[in-house]
Design a protein around this ligand. Structure first.
Ligand code: AMP
Length: 207
């Protein structure tokens, strides 16, 4: 299966991707994670992307499309994967359409104010990368590792990222709806409840 996970930052795409990977063995391609990995290793790609990431803006299409094109070429034609954080513009979606055939696009709906609340307490484990909330944890609940806050999870940057989502990424909802690919999920509940909806939609979609 080849899926796109669509939704605002903090809608839970990464958490659901982790479930789909762990329980259904689907490979997870997150463009944000690839940029953060490059930044950590101080590569030219990472340093270029940082300028945009810190401002809550999108990295230019040409850079992202080249990077994703290379990533996709690592997969055999029959291998499944899910894309998390890509595409984010219509140009990126057109590029993806020219490269692969998608089976579905899962759209995670969460109201903006809930997103701001979630991201202001979001924390990531330094050791295992698990994403959690500071409201309930001082240490990683999965491995006990130390938690850190992403540089772009401050309220001002979160509000810019939400505006960018509404302006540049939301048009993809109609783009994929028109192709009959959009599967919509109410993502305000507990992650396990959201996952049940995802699985129900995917099994229904296969029939
Ligand atoms: P994420 O982890 O998906 O929230 O991505 C973090 C940041 O990486 C975004 O705010 C953008 O600056 C950049 N980024 C990730 N994916 C893309 C993409 N598909 N197009 C442009 N910029 C991206």
């Amino acid at each position: 299966m080849r899926l796109v996970l669509l939704g605002a930052p903090g809608a839970g795409k990464g958490t659901q991707a982790a479930f789909l990977k762990e329980r259904h063995g689907l490979a997870h391609i997150s463009t944000g994670d690839i940029f953060r990995y490059n930044l950590k290793n101080q590569t030219p790609l990472g340093l270029e992307a940082k300028k945009y990431m810190d401002a809550g803006e999108l990295v230019p299409d040409e850079i992202v499309m080249k990077m994703v094109g290379e990533k996709l070429s690592e997969f055999a034609p029959d291998e499944g994967f899910m894309l998390d954080g890509f595409p984010r513009t219509v140009a990126q979606a057109e590029f993806l359409k020219s490269k692969i055939k998608l089976d579905g696009v899962i759209l995670f709906h969460v109201p903006d104010e809930e997103i701001v609340k979630r991201l202001s307490s979001r924390a990531v484990c330094k050791d295992c990368g698990n994403v959690t909330s500071r409201l309930h944890n001082d240490k990683c609940p999965s491995c006990g590792g130390e938690l850190y806050t992403r540089d772009d999870d401050n309220e001002a940057t979160v509000r810019s990222r939400l505006k960018v989502y509404h302006d540049q990424t939301e048009p993809l909802e109609d783009f994929y709806r028109a192709q009959g690919l959009l599967l919509e999920v109410n993502a305000t509940g507990h992650p396990e409840e959201v996952f049940k909806q995802v699985i129900a939609l995917l099994s229904h979609d296969k029939d």
